[in-house]
Every structure is written in C-alpha cells, then in structure tokens.
Write a protein that binds this ligand. Structure first.
Ligand code: FES
Length: 167
C-alpha cells in the first residue's frame, strides 16, 4: 500500500503500485530498503525515462527513506538517468575491454551519425549519446546499449546500420 505522500509529487499508477508489491515480496520485511534499486528502475520507466528531483522525493517518501539516501543510490549507477534523455538512450561502453577493442571509433561514428557529442541530446529529442562504464558484456566488446537492448561485436559501420534501422 502507498504511504502518505506530501504535496503535488508524481505518483505511481495503480499498475505500478501492484508491481511494487511484487518487488517488496522478494525481500524480507526488515530489508525493505533493499528494494530501492528495482523501485527506482520502475519509477524511471513510469515517469518518462528519468528520475527528476520530484520523482526522487516521491520514491523517498514511498520507501520511507530520506531523499538524499535515494539520491545517493540513483546518482551512483549509470542505469539511472538524472536528466531527461532522448527517446533512444545510446550508451556506449568505453571501459577497458571495449576501449581495447576500439570503442573510440564507435563513439566517433555515433557522434558523426547523430550529429551530437557525448552527453548531448539531439534537437528533436530522439537521441541521447552517453559513454558508460562496463555493462558486463566484455566478451563481446565493443558494445553499446540502446534503451533495453544490447548490441555487441560492433564496428563503426554496424552502429550506423543499427541507428538507421530504429523506427
Ligand atoms: S568493458 Fe565494455 S562491456 Fe565490459
């Protein structure tokens, strides 16, 4: 059940609230805080793909935690977006394995193809380009993630093709 939440903060939909119940069931009641990461993930999906200060405050109230505690977790992991991102969030891994497999050329190809630099969002709001740390697919380096999908064994030509096929 949703606790009392102050002010005009965003709120989970009834469907999302049902999902939170399922998430909480995965953890012993005394470790309710352990559900913070999946709850943040759900919040990000629910509220437009990023975690605004208001959403963080809402999640804090929802989890009965301080907003700074929630912010500490949200700001530590690149999977949480603290700024609005484009419809396609293109995250290129530039960590050691991918870097050794020339992730630099992947970044350059994307910057040229999307006409934006790392850290930017295209004017039409379609793409945000980001460099991220290891995404755990080192064996198939170089790789990138677009929204929920991984693309591996990349070449500059392949990435241009992947971008071109996005609806
Ligand atoms: S270094 Fe790129 S996925 Fe691990």
């Amino acid at each position: 059940m949703e606790p009392e939440i102050q002010k005009n903060l965003p709120r989970f939909s009834p469907e999302a609230l049902e999902k939170t119940e399922k998430i909480f069931k995965r953890y012993p009641p005394e470790y309710r805080e352990a559900a913070l990461m999946p709850i943040l993930h759900l919040a990000q999906r629910e509220f437009g793909g990023w975690l605004s200060a208001e959403v963080i405050e809402y999640v804090a109230g929802f989890m009965n935690l301080s907003p700074i505690r929630v912010y500490e977790v949200a700001s530590f992991y690149t999977m949480y977006n603290l700024k609005q991102v484009g419809r396609y969030h293109v995250q290129v891994c530039t960590n050691i394995s991918c870097w050794l497999c020339d992730s630099d050329s992947i970044v350059k190809a994307l910057e040229k193809c999307l006409k934006i630099s790392v850290g930017q969002t295209s004017e039409d709001g379609r793409f945000t380009l980001a460099e991220v740390e290891c995404l755990g697919a080192c064996v198939n380096a170089p790789m990138l993630q677009i929204n929920d999908d991984y693309h591996e064994h990349l070449t500059p030509e392949k990435v241009v093709g992947i971008i071109g096929q996005l609806p």
